[in-house]
Write a protein that binds this ligand. Structure first.
Ligand SMILES: *[C@@H]1O[C@H](CO)[C@@H](O)[C@H](O)[C@H]1NC(C)=O
Ligand SMILES: *[C@@H]1O[C@H](CO)[C@@H](O)[C@H](O)[C@H]1NC(C)=O
Length: 296
C-alpha cells in the first residue's frame, strides 16, 4: 500500500475499477426466482446484420410476449434462405410460478442471454424460475441427458444410513410418475421426511422421455452427491433438486454457506476497491501538490 501511495500509476485504476464492477455484478439478484443458475452459447457465430440476427431478435421477442400468457411455448422461425437458417426456440417457467412471475423471469432471462450470447447462433439460460433456449440445430422434441450443472451441498453430520434413506425417499417420491390416469406432470414438488424436492422437464419431451430424463438425473444425484443436505442436478432437458428444510434458493439456515461466502466476498472486494481508489486519489493529490510546489 505504501508503494502504491508513493508511486501512483494510472494502471492502478484499472484493477480498482474492475474490482468495483465485479463487486457490483456479484451483488445478489432481485429475487430468488430470477437468480442465475447457468448459461451457455454455441461456438458458431452468425454474420452481424444478417437475417439470422433478425430471426434471433424475433424469437427472443416472442419468448417475452408469450410468457405473459403461457408458461411454455416453442417457436420455429425461418431466418434466411436455407434450412441452416431456421431458428428453434423454447421457453419454460417452473411449474409452480404464477403468470406474472413467469413473465418477469422470462424477460430477465432473455435480457441476460442476449448479452451473454451476443453474436452466437444459439444460447441457453436457466434462472431459478425459468429456462430459455434457441439454436439453429433441431433440439425441439429431442431428449438430451447431458449434465449441464451439478451442485452438491455439504454432507450430513455423519454419513449415516438414515440421511441416505431420507434422500432416497424424497427422490423416489419426486421421480414416481403419476400413473393414475391424470395428465402427466412435467413439474412436481413435494416433501418427504423433512426434505423437499422439485423436478421439472422441458415440455417438448414426451412423458416417456421426461420420465427417463428424471431417472437419469436422480441416478446422477445419488452417485455424485452422497448424503448431501441439498443437491441440484440440471441435465439439458430436465432437472431434479432437493434440500433439507425445503429452501431451494439455498439461503435458508443450514445450507447458505455458498451464498454467504459470495456475499461476504462481494462486500470485501467492494471495500478493497473503495480503499484502493481513495489511496490512489489521495496520492494523486499529494503528487499534484508536490509538483505544484516544485514548479515554484
Ligand atoms: C447454424 O448456422 C451456422 C452459421 O450460419 C452454420 O454454420 C451452421 O451450419 C448452422 N447449423 C445448423 C445445424 O444448421
Ligand atoms: C410446439 O408448440 C405447439 C403449439 O404452439 C405444439 O402443438 C407442439 O406440440 C410443440 N412442439 C413441441 C416439440 O413441444
Amino acid at each position: 500500500m505504501s508503494a502504491a501511495a508513493k508511486a501512483p500509476s494510472p494502471l492502478l485504476f484499472f484493477p480498482a475499477i474492475f474490482l468495483l464492477a465485479l463487486s457490483l455484478l456479484a451483488s445478489p439478484s432481485t429475487s430468488d426466482t430470477e437468480s442465475f443458475i447457468f448459461g451457455g452459447c454455441s461456438q458458431l457465430k452468425y454474420l452481424p446484420g444478417s437475417p439470422y440476427e433478425n430471426g434471433i431478435n424475433s424469437v427472443l421477442t416472442s419468448f417475452v410476449n408469450n410468457a405473459m400468457f403461457a408458461p411454455y411455448n416453442n417457436f420455429t422461425v425461418p431466418a434466411g434462405t436455407t434450412s441452416a437458417d431456421t431458428i428453434y426456440g423454447v421457453f419454460q417457467c417452473r411449474g409452480d410460478l404464477d403468470q406474472s412471475s413467469c413473465s418477469r423471469c422470462v424477460a430477465r432471462a432473455v435480457s441476460q442471454v442476449g448479452t451473454l450470447c451476443s453474436g452466437a447462433c444459439g444460447g441457453a439460460l436457466q434462472l431459478d424460475g425459468c429456462f430459455v433456449k434457441y439454436d439453429n440445430s433441431t433440439f425441439l422434441g429431442v431428449e438430451d441427458k447431458t449434465v449441464v450443472i451439478k451442485k452438491c451441498g455439504p454432507g450430513s453430520d455423519s454419513y449415516d444410513a438414515d440421511a441416505l434413506a431420507r434422500r432416497d425417499a424424497v427422490l423416489g417420491y419426486i421421480g414416481a410418475s403419476n400413473g393414475d390416469g391424470a395428465a402427466y406432470k412435467f413439474y412436481r414438488d413435494g416433501w418427504s421426511g423433512g426434505m423437499r424436492a422439485v423436478a421439472q422437464c422441458v415440455q417438448d419431451l414426451s412423458p416417456g422421455e421426461c420420465q427417463d430424463c428424471l431417472g437419469e438425473a436422480i441416478g446422477q444425484l445419488k452417485s455424485n452427491c452422497g448424503a448431501a443436505r441439498w443437491a441440484d442436478m440440471f441435465l439439458a432437458k430436465c432437472y431434479v433438486r432437493y434440500s433439507e428444510g425445503g429452501d431451494h434458493s439455498h439461503d435458508g439456515h443450514d445450507h447458505n454457506d455458498d451464498d454467504e461466502i459470495e456475499k461476504t466476498l462481494a462486500i470485501l472486494i467492494g471495500l478493497i476497491a473503495g480503499v484502493t481508489l481513495v489511496i490512489v486519489f489521495l496520492s494523486f493529490l499529494g503528487k499534484a501538490c508536490d509538483s505544484a510546489k516544485e514548479g515554484k
